[in-house]
Design a protein around this ligand. Structure first.
Ligand SMILES: [Zn+2]
Ligand SMILES: [Zn+2]
Length: 133
């Protein structure tokens, strides 16, 4: 299975050989700011299955916490994923082309959610990370 995705301007594209792991909607203040939205939807990816197919030179990594960075296209600003120690370990579900094959399983950091947003689905909600994550 191959998963492809990319940014708004089309300069940066990525490929994943394999399937995605767990996905969640993250309501933390950093994800909200990064996405400019009520929450960010991420899926985990095995770093050795991920590669930038085009536009790697345009990918900027903003270090939002020590060793952890958020990858975005420096041309159009699309948030593409998150990296740990320089390796991409999460991708944003909104940039996947077609069906990513996974669905968000939970709302995480729901304790930090935007006051103007109401969670109306039945997915489990966790104040921060789910236990054991
Ligand atoms: Zn772009
Ligand atoms: Zn978050």
């Amino acid at each position: 299975m191959k998963i492809e995705g990319g940014c708004l301007c089309g300069s940066v594209r990525y490929e994943i050989t394999g399937s995605l792991g767990d996905a969640a909607n993250c309501h933390c203040s950093m994800c909200r700011r990064e996405h400019g939205a009520a929450y960010g939807s991420y899926a985990t990816v095995k770093p050795d299955t991920f590669r930038w197919a085009t536009g790697a030179e345009l990918v900027t990594v903003y270090e939002s916490s020590p060793g952890g960075g958020r990858c975005f296209c420096s041309k159009c600003g699309s948030t593409l994923g998150a990296a740990q120690e320089g390796k991409v370990g999460w991708i944003t579900l909104g940039t996947v082309k077609g069906d990513p094959g996974v669905r968000p399983m939970a709302h995480i950091f729901a304790g930090s959610k935007a006051p103007w947003h109401e969670i109306i689905d039945d997915l489990p909600q966790f104040e921060e990370f789910p236990p054991g994550a």
